[in-house]
Design a binder for this molecule. Structure first.
Ligand code: COA
Length: 345
């Protein structure tokens, strides 16, 4: 039996050898500013910026063929390029999405076909905004067990399809944008790299705070039934805000505790972008500088499953995420779900 680690030192001495070897992302060409939204609904740039920090978002153009699968495919193609790998190197694709273009086939199957990967494992995973982080943890389990060698993990959503851009749906419509991001995970013999700690949680009791009804029976509160909300996001913003602002620091604490390290020992916090105020509160709580807890919500809004891999790709391409660093991925969303994944790069 090995001696216990001295107090305050990291618990991980030997890791799984699974590495993040490439990243990619894709967003729709069209940007929609708060001023553009002012023309569609009773809202104001001031209201949106003050409460959310969002200035503009990218919204898909169906006519231009911008779909969840098209952006997912582009993001994996770029991630493979950055890793110096080919589609044929992949054994598995997991796509975290709650807005597949069709109920079936899965986005992951469409991506595999468009990239001509051959007949590999491909599936979608629905954990809403937590989908990408859940996907990283699931893919890691397959790679660490030796069953697969190389996986693409995607977060991709076109949730604006479920937004009502009129005054009726303004509380939800101003928050969201579309996009996709991906990373490539690869099993190696280098056991100084890999997953240090992870957590995946859910609370179905909170599902009523954020859902997309497809019929009258889906409304949790029968009195709140409104035919115009069918197929649209229904959200209790205050309840979701309270859940997020209290869960976020607990999730960080739990993950640090599992790893046996302090908040200052993490080089990057790559977080789901739901609201600049929620991210700001976490930054303050742990005394983190801006260059560690990244925020890009001003230009993208909340892109659901895409938000975490989108920031990862931006930070990686800017040369800020480097080998030897510790990176914590964090997300929370509908379900309710929340998850973390702490990596030694
Ligand atoms: N423009 C202008 N006014 C708006 C508006 C909009 N887009 N949306 C709502 N309002 C109005 C409301 O109707 C309400 O009016 P009333 O007081 O006359 O009833 C008023 O603004 C205040 O609304 P309220 O919901 O209390 O605002 P808030 O300060 O709680 O902020 C959110 C609303 C949605 C920004 C905030 O609750 C939030 O960020 N929640 C979390 C959402 C989230 O992160 N979802 C995704 C999770 S992954």
């Amino acid at each position: 039996m090995s001696a216990p680690a001295p107090a305050g030192s990291p618990r991980h001495t030997q890791l799984s050898g699974v590495c993040i070897v490439g990243t990619g992302s894709a967003v729709p060409r069209r940007t929609v500013s708060n001023a553009d939204l002012e023309k569609l609904m009773d809202t104001s740039d001031e209201w949106i910026v003050q409460r959310t920090g969002i200035h503009e978002r990218h919204i898909r153009d169906d006519e231009a063929g911008e779909t969840t699968a098209s952006m997912a495919t582009d993001s994996v193609r770029l991630a493979l390029e950055s890793a110096g790998l080919a589609p044929a190197d992949l054994d598995m694709i997991i796509c975290g999405t709650m807005t597949p273009d069709m109920p079936t086939p899965s986005v992951a199957c469409i991506v595999a076909d468009r990239l001509a990967t051959g007949q590999i494992a491909a599936m979608d995973l629905n954990a809403a905004c937590s989908g990408f982080v859940y996907g990283m943890n699931v893919a890691h389990a397959f790679l660490a067990s030796g069953q697969y060698r190389c996986a693409a993990v995607i977060g991709a959503d076109t949730v604006t399809r479920h937004c009502d851009f009129s005054t009726l749906g303004r509380a939800e419509a101003v928050l969201f944008g579309d996009g996709a991001g991906a990373c490539i995970l690869r099993a190696t013999d280098d056991t100084t790299k890999g997953l240090i700690a992870q957590a995946m949680h859910s609370d179905g009791g909170g599902a009523k705070h954020l859902f997309i009804p497809s019929c009258r029976g889906d409304f949790y509160d029968a009195a709140a039934y409104d035919e115009r909300r069918i197929g649209r996001i229904v959200m209790n913003g205050t309840a979701v805000f309270k859940f997020a602002v209290s869960t976020f620091p607990k999730l960080i604490e739990q993950t640090l505790e599992q790893a046996g390290i302090g908040p200052e020992q993490v080089d990057h916090y790559i977080c789901h972008q739901s609201n600049a105020r929620i991210l700001g509160a976490a930054r303050e709580r742990f005394g983190l500088p801006e260059e560690k807890l990244h925020v890009n919500i001003a230009s993208y809004g909340n892109t659901v499953g895409a938000s975490v891999p989108l920031i990862l790709d931006q930070q990686a391409r800017a040369g800020r995420v480097k080998p030897g660093q510790k990176v914590m991925f964090l997300a929370f969303g509908a379900g309710l779900t929340w998850a973390s994944s702490l990596w030694q790069m």
